[in-house]
Design a protein around this ligand. Structure first.
Ligand SMILES: C[S@@+](CC[C@H](N)C(=O)[O-])C[C@H]1O[C@@H](n2cnc3c(N)ncnc32)[C@H](O)[C@@H]1O
Length: 347
């Protein structure tokens, strides 16, 4: 279908009769509309086949043109998008078909109502993030085969997404029980792209990452996804090197800084790091943990590329608890947390 379509489009690029072009494009539109979606299905992040909606939107744009010049411009653009792949050295997004990627977020406000529960993703680890976070970043800031590090791997959400998208991933998790859970979760996800995903039980503040990379015969990462505990909001373990057991904000930032120091040298220059973090209340005071952490990253030489505000809703909160918190907020003059931050940095 794709090659016969291309032939038709190519023929039209040299046609001079605007009325005839429109007539033929109209025929192509009905042909494309009648074809089953699957034929055009495009894989997450790649463009080996044509997305039906993309095709229809390009064809409809041609139908709306007024002049022969404009029509041929769009026809040529469509022909180019069907044959040429235009990617950057950062990701596999085909910019010639940028309209296909309408699920890639480019705004700094992320309102995501539903957790992606497809594949091996489960929502049962308290403190995990939604799979859409790694999905968005891996598609925008990595290529297939790149190496990704998650120094706070938790239940393995990042690594599961790595598998689904064909990126290699290393995850470090302090708690042996949680690392085991991440391994179990990973086993549920098919390794279609035959990439490596490894969960290491260890302490990210002190681990020898260079040695870990060496074992994989690579020397650097192309993306870091960092989702530390939001200090002591959730106590993940009793271990003293667990960031959730830091004794003070300064102590927390020192531990986070150690992770930043360990990971920064191993990220390729020009590549990206995303830190997912929320603020917290302590003794009636809003502690801007997120901004403190951002400053730690800037102190190490990272360039801030974006501050994303993402919604969150504690689905575990029962309705009566919500009401209790609303009463407390009204009475106490504070606001209930409904957002967290994702700071995006470039080395
Ligand atoms: C916010 S959770 C990450 C959740 C993860 N993104 C997921 O989707 O499951 C933070 C994790 O960091 C782990 N952790 C805390 N201190 C650590 C350290 N020093 N080294 C490695 N992991 C640590 C905790 O056990 C916890 O699982």
């Amino acid at each position: 279908m794709q090659s016969s379509l291309l032939k038709k489009i190519n023929r039209l690029t040299s046609e001079k009769d605007l009325k005839r072009i429109k007539g033929d494009v109209n025929k192509i539109i009905s042909e494309v509309s009648s074809i089953q979606e699957e034929i055009f299905n495009s894989e997450n992040g790649s463009s080996s086949s044509v997305n039906k909606n993309f095709l229809l939107s390009e064809l409809n744009q041609i139908m709306r043109t007024q002049t022969l010049g404009r029509t041929q411009y769009y026809l040529n653009r469509l022909a180019k998008s069907l044959t040429q792949n235009k990617t950057s050295n950062l990701n596999d997004i085909n910019l010639n078909r940028w309209k296909e990627y309408n699920d890639i977020i480019t705004d700094s406000l992320w309102i995501i109502d539903k957790r992606d529960k497809s594949g091996a993703h489960k929502a049962d680890y308290w403190g995990n993030f939604i799979p859409q976070i790694p999905n968005q970043f891996l598609r925008r800031y990595t290529k297939k085969g790149d190496w990704v590090l998650d120094p706070f791997a938790g239940s393995g959400t990042t690594l599961i997404e790595c598998r689904r998208l064909g990126r290699n991933g290393i995850g470090i998790e302090l708690s042996p029980a949680v690392a085991k859970l991440a391994k179990e979760n990973l086993r549920q996800q098919k390794n279609t792209y035959k990439i490596k995903t490894k969960v290491i039980t260890g302490d990210s503040t002190s681990i020898d990452l260079r040695a870990e990379l060496k074992k994989e015969k690579v020397s650097s990462f192309q993306f870091l996804l960092v989702h530390p505990p939001y200090w002591d909001i959730i106590k993940f373990s009793k271990r003293k090197n667990d960031l959730s057991n830091a004794k003070s904000v300064d102590d927390f930032l020192k531990m986070f800084g150690n992770v930043a120091d360990k990971t920064y040298p191993l990220l390729d220059k020009g590549r990206y790091c995303a830190v997912v973090i929320g603020d917290k209340y302590s003794s009636g005071e809003w502690i801007p943990l997120g901004f403190y952490v951002m400053q730690e990253m800037l102190n190490r030489g990272y360039k801030l590329k974006s501050t994303i505000v993402k919604n969150f809703d504690s689905t575990r909160g029962k309705m009566n608890q919500k009401e209790l918190w609303r009463y407390r907020a009204l009475a106490g003059g504070f606001y209930i947390f409904k957002h967290e931050y994702i700071f995006l940095f470039q080395k």
